[in-house]
Design a protein around this ligand. Structure first.
Ligand code: GCO
Ligand code: MN
Ligand code: MN
Length: 386
């Protein structure tokens, strides 16, 4: 039961199961594992794919020969396990050079270096088969707005993405670029803080068709927003290129909990949405095991992410097939078709006719909806008593 299969497209970053449990108050609690060992771990727990930042795989100071040796070993591990690389990204936040951002750093040398580093990382990802390239602008922001102009920073970010779209085309990579919004951490304020902001920004690019989003549960929850709604907007725009699944208490520090660990209802709505619309991309878990976990518990963490997703998928099917729930929904959405004449494309005649239509506003305002009843049924379904 709830066994993960390749068709579920479950992926993890090297940095997720490989997280060594450092936090601002304490040293690492787990030994670092090599990328090859992590690929084997992911195969053991039943994942389909692995994603990485350039420097999760190849250290920032590696020589070209070291790089090639590391990549060859990694490919061998992929062949041995069947694990694939659907997504790659750049680490533009760890090294001190990025302390004031990468593409939006006030220092033009840093901005140029960020472009160079990203091109190299795109080469690395393409070599290993990645089709989605993620941009998470963790340090693209400010602590004080006294020192940086958001218009200028936005222009730099736009120019960088335009440049990198052209680079991808020039190299013949068929990358789709996915922008990942986050409101704060590690900067006090990060530019383009929500998925909606990213969607607005994408429309201003030279190649908007190449660029979509990588929404993350925790990031919208940090902003106090409804994640499923953000995902729905991205889907509607044809821009849901990737997704980062984890969990997060609202209003807390950046937690990266196991998927479904905290917000069971939100996880349900999200999985139901993805499955109902037929989202076909990776289900990527961008989460970390608790700091108290040893490696056996890290494996349980990874299995738990996938298992909870599959349980929620089953619950979504149950919801869709539940007679009582569906009868209530039919009642909630009842439509005798009498208003159809007014909807859809505007015409002068329609507008005239609608202006002449009389409505019983008082009666309409009295009509209740059995959302309490419906929600309780959902709760009982999730609690396993239905
Ligand atoms: C975070 C982000 C990152 C990105 C990753 C890939 O909060 O640290 O979610 O984990 O997803 O850098 O771009
Ligand atoms: Mn995150
Ligand atoms: Mn993420």
């Amino acid at each position: 039961m709830y066994e993960s299969k390749p068709e579920h497209k479950f992926t993890f970053g090297l940095w997720t199961v490989g997280n060594i449990g450092r936090d601002p108050f304490g040293e690492p609690v787990r030994e670092p594992m090599s990328p090859v060992a992590l690929v084997h771990l992911l195969a053991e727990v039943g994942a389909w794919g692995v994603n990485f930042h350039d420097n999760d795989l190849v250290p920032i100071d590696a020589t070209p020969a070291e790089r090639d040796r590391i990549v060859a070993n990694f490919k061998k591990a992929m062949d041995e396990t069947g694990i694939v690389v659907p997504m790659a990204t750049t680490n533009l936040f760890y090294d001190p050079v990025f302390r004031d951002g990468a593409f939006t750093s006030n220092d033009p040398k840093v901005r140029a270096y960020a472009l160079q580093k990203t091109m190299n990382a795109m080469d690395l990802g393409a070599e290993l088969g990645a089709k989605v390239y993620v941009f998470w602008g963790g340090r693209e922001g400010t602590e004080t707005d006294a020192g940086k102009d958001p218009l200028e920073a936005g222009k730099w970010f736009r120019e960088a993405l335009n440049f990198l779209c052209e680079y991808s085309l020039d190299q013949g990579y068929d990358y789709k670029l996915a922008l990942e919004a986050k409101p704060n951490e590690p900067r006090s304020d990060i530019y383009l803080p929500t998925t909606g902001a990213m969607l607005g920004f994408i429309a201003t690019l030279d190649h908007p068709e190449m660029v979509g989003v990588n929404p993350e549960v925790a990031h919208e929850h940090m902003a106090g927003l409804n994640f499923m709604h953000a995902v729905a907007q991205a889907w509607d725009a044809g821009k849901l290129f990737h997704i980062d699944l984890n969990d997060q208490k609202f209003g807390r520090y950046d937690q990266d909990f196991r998927f479904g660990a905290e917000s069971i209802k939100s996880a349900f709505y999200l999985v139901k949405f993805l499955e109902d619309v037929g989202y076909n991309g990776s289900r990527h878990f961008d989460a970390h095991a608790y700091r108290t976990a040893n490696m056996d518990d890290v494996k349980e963490f990874a299995k738990g992410c996938m298992r909870t997703y599959l349980i929620m998928k089953e619950k979504a099917q149950q919801f869709n097939q539940d007679q009582e729930i569906q009868t209530l929904l039919a009642q909630i959405k009842a439509d005798d078709g009498s208003m159809n004449q007014y909807f859809g494309v505007y015409t002068k005649d329609k507008a005239q006719a609608l202006k002449a239509q009389s409505f019983d506003r008082a009666a309409m305002g009295q009509r209740g909806q059995p959302y309490e009843q419906l929600d309780q049924l959902l709760i009982e379904l999730l609690l396993g008593v239905r």
